[in-house]
Design a binder for this molecule. Structure first.
Ligand SMILES: [Zn+2]
Length: 362
């Protein structure tokens, strides 16, 4: 279950807009909140942001908790003479979600316009079969009556276009609905961890933060893990659930707990790290599930950066990610948080050295 602070953070952070390369709203919110919790902050030159706390231990090792702050969305490509807006995709867009959506357009100066994706009514389709739209084929209507009106409002190619989705708590209070839980999950988790550990002396330097441009190729993960050069990186992300049909044999059950992600397209988990994660989930007495994915996370870039960084993913699932309406189970958040806190409370120099050694020996 989420506490009231976490619930508010899910609402605020999921309703902020941040396509890859234009994450400034979310970055500013995070930096302000990190500082209000009493942490020092650091940024890389692409825009990734971190809170950190140095240990009193001499030559302390570094632990990084990282999740991406960007979301999939669109950019303005053309403003038509009639005021309609053409868009291009940023990140992996599901074309089935491209009809009748309420959208926001955010200009360079931060002006926000509400609109909708234009959709042909059935009686005008006549004999033409309704095809699946593409991002390039749709028109987005923000109420501009002609091109000059849009230009006068400061609209330019490259401006951000995102789904206009209000956050909601669903009946019973266990599940929440909103956009961009992939990966605002990681930002809420990061802030919860900082809140829990802010007054605790740790035997390692702790870095908690958010990368930019994951959805277009793990770019901020590369620059920020180079900057921090951690001894251990724990990557938080929100992966697709595959349980909607009711098939319990599918991996990725909503409400099934923390993911032990043993392989995806970008990284094979280190057996010792996966075993440690399982041991900690058991110690925390929370549900967990094994998971594989044809996708990837920031771990893909981090684990092969520098001379190789010891990296583990720490993910949960949500239904309908990369769409305008995503559903997440707060019990999964709870399982993830309890396990992560257990891991961070157990970590010290010798455990980090043993975890690093074990795979070389084994
Ligand atoms: Zn993600």
């Amino acid at each position: 279950m989420l506490n009231p602070k976490e619930l508010k953070l899910f609402k605020v952070l999921s309703e902020l807009n941040a396509i890859s390369g234009q994450e400034n709203q979310v970055a500013a919110y995070l930096l302000k909140t990190y500082e209000s919790l009493g942490f020092k902050t650091q940024t890389d030159h692409l825009g990734s942001v971190f809170a950190f706390k140095k240990s009193k231990v001499l030559n302390a090792k570094k632990v990084l908790i990282l999740g991406h702050m960007d979301e999939v969305g669109f950019m303005v490509s053309h403003i038509q003479a009639n005021g309609m807006i053409k868009i291009v995709p940023i990140g992996g867009i599901n074309n089935l979600v491209l009809t009748s959506q309420r959208m926001h357009l955010t200009t360079r100066t931060g002006k926000v316009f509400l609109g909708a994706i234009d959709t042909t009514p059935p009686h005008l389709l006549k004999d033409v079969q309704q095809g699946i739209p593409t991002v390039e084929s749709v028109f987005v209507d923000f109420g501009f009556t002609h091109k000059e009106e849009a230009l006068k409002q400061g609209v330019k190619p490259g401006d951000m276009v995102t789904y206009a989705t209000d956050f909601a708590v669903l009946q019973g209070g266990t599940r929440i609905l909103g956009k961009a839980f992939d990966n605002r999950y990681s930002l809420v988790m990061g802030l919860s961890i900082l809140e829990a550990l802010k007054n605790k002396e740790l035997p390692y330097d702790l870095y908690v933060g958010a990368s930019v441009q994951e959805e277009v190729g793990l770019r901020g993960a590369t620059t920020s893990s180079t900057m921090i050069a951690p001894d251990l990186a724990i990557i938080l992300d929100c992966s697709p659930a595959r349980d909607s049909s009711g098939d319990v044999s599918e991996q990725g059950q909503l409400g099934g707990g923390l993911l032990l992600r043993y392989i995806d397209a970008s990284m094979i988990a280190r057996p010792t790290l996966l075993a440690w994660q399982e041991q900690m989930a058991k110690a925390a007495k929370v549900p967990f599930q094994f998971y594989s994915s044809p996708g990837g996370t920031d771990a893909g870039a981090v684990h092969k950066n520098l001379a190789g960084i010891m990296t583990l993913t720490h993910c949960i699932v949500a239904r309908s990610i990369h769409s305008s309406q995503t559903i997440l189970d707060t019990r999964d958040f709870d399982a993830s948080k309890k396990t992560l806190l257990m891991m961070l409370k157990n970590l010290n120099t010798s455990l980090l050295e043993n975890l690093a050694k074990a795979d070389h020996n084994g």
